[in-house]
Design a protein around this ligand. Structure first.
Ligand SMILES: C=C(O[C@@H]1C=C(C(=O)O)C=C[C@H]1O)C(=O)O
Length: 375
């Protein structure tokens, strides 16, 4: 299918208020879409379903799914002119001082709670509404595709849930042939061109906490667990620390459901200990995160694999097998289009060493990542 007819189809789907998702994987060269011909809202029961999953932060029981029944795809290439915009300095409208004061007070309360020994880390977030920024969402999606080629970029719509877009750098979980890949992504600094990045103790410690937690949660379910080198990972105008973690599922009895539920929410988006961090978020953030810091992506997609029958096979005899693949991402760097305008969701990890003013600045930088495609 050509890109033009692909987008014509999607535009029509949106105008008809019918559910769809379009996405491109990191460094991918095609766009994939799942869509429905009716507006039934499907939920995942036990993560054995196939399709595109969309989970909220706080209630995995309410994970929506667009089944894999109807799919289209097209080739995709970044437009050269758009690529040069990546470094363009977009100035967002100035934010109300009351927003800054509220976030700083929230961060200070978390620091006090951590210093009192009641928490180790908590990720605190906020959303900013741009009332006049309601543009054509498909045009915004195309800008995200062109600007963030190394992210997982998506647009997701269901008439009874809403319209979400994002460009996330963070994998929650990839499962292929019972091999699990995940990552610990935390610590943030602004990207400044031609300037090397140095990490302080706060960021290193914060990211190590995420790595250690993922490893300890996966260990009982897996074997051959390996932890890669920690490296700096660029995501648009930001740097993060990233460590990849891989393992093999211990037995065929370990279900995807179990793996998802031990991983989500990681301390990269929630905190430690997990239940206390969740409670702190619920009681203090003062808004509903909804699908922000939930997860989304391919669930049990059937892929036909061709393999040679035996290693010694010289006649090139091959057999086909159907494999199920899952590739889920954390819903970060995302926005929701609503009747009130566009809402961008951003947050950052707080530890005992956090400085409230710097945490505020971090959320501002993260806002720019999404905001620059709106103006
Ligand atoms: C919570 C967000 O990002 C997460 C928090 C980070 C941090 O605290 O440094 C870095 C990457 C993500 O794991 C967000 O972008 O909203």
């Amino acid at each position: 299918m050509t890109e033009a007819s692909f987008f014509k189809y999607i535009t029509r789907q949106f105008e008809d208020a019918l559910p769809f998702v379009v996405y491109r994987k990191p460094e991918g060269n095609h766009l994939q879409s799942f869509y429905q011909e009716d507006d039934v809202l499907h939920y995942v029961k036990d993560f054995t379903e196939s399709g595109f999953a969309f989970a909220p932060f706080d209630n995995v029981q309410k994970t929506c799914i667009i089944p894999d029944t109807h799919q289209i795809l097209c080739e995709w290439k970044a437009s050269a002119s758009a690529l040069s915009q990546t470094n363009s300095k977009v100035r967002l409208p100035k934010e109300d001082l009351s927003h800054k004061n509220a976030h700083i007070a929230l961060v200070q309360k978390a620091i006090d709670t951590i210093q009192a020994g009641l928490l180790k880390k908590v990720v605190l977030s906020r959303k900013r509404t741009f009332p006049d920024a309601l543009q054509d969402p498909i045009a915004v999606f195309k800008k995200l595709l062109d600007t963030y080629t190394s992210a997982f970029v998506y647009i997701w719509y269901h008439p009874n849930v809403g319209l979400w877009l994002g460009a996330t750098p963070e994998t929650l979980l990839q499962v292929k042939n019972r091999i699990v890949h995940t990552m610990s992504l935390a610590g943030t600094q602004k990207y400044i061109s031609d300037t090397p990045v140095f990490w302080g103790a706060k960021e290193k410690e914060e990211q190590q906490l995420v790595t250690d937690t993922i490893v300890s949660r996966l260990k009982p379910l897996t074997k051959d667990l390996t932890v890669g080198e920690t490296e700096s990972h660029r995501a648009g105008n930001l740097w993060h620390l990233k460590t990849t973690i891989s393992a093999r599922l211990e037995t065929s009895e370990v279900s995807l459901d179990e793996v998802i539920k031990v991983l989500h929410p990681t301390p990269a988006v929630c905190g430690l200990p997990v239940e206390s961090a969740k409670r702190f978020i619920r009681e203090n953030e003062n808004y509903d995160r909804s699908y922000y810091t939930g997860f989304l992506g391919e669930l049990n997609l059937k892929r036909e694999m061709t393999r040679s029958k035996t290693r010694r096979n010289v006649e090139n005899l091959a057999y086909r097998s159907i494999q199920k693949q899952t590739h889920l991402f954390v819903n970060l760097r995302c926005m929701e289009h609503t009747a009130m305008g566009t809402q961008i969701y951003v947050g950052g990890g707080i530890t005992g060493a956090s400085i409230p003013e710097s945490e505020w600045e971090e959320t501002r930088h993260k806002l720019e990542t999404m905001g620059r495609v709106l103006f």
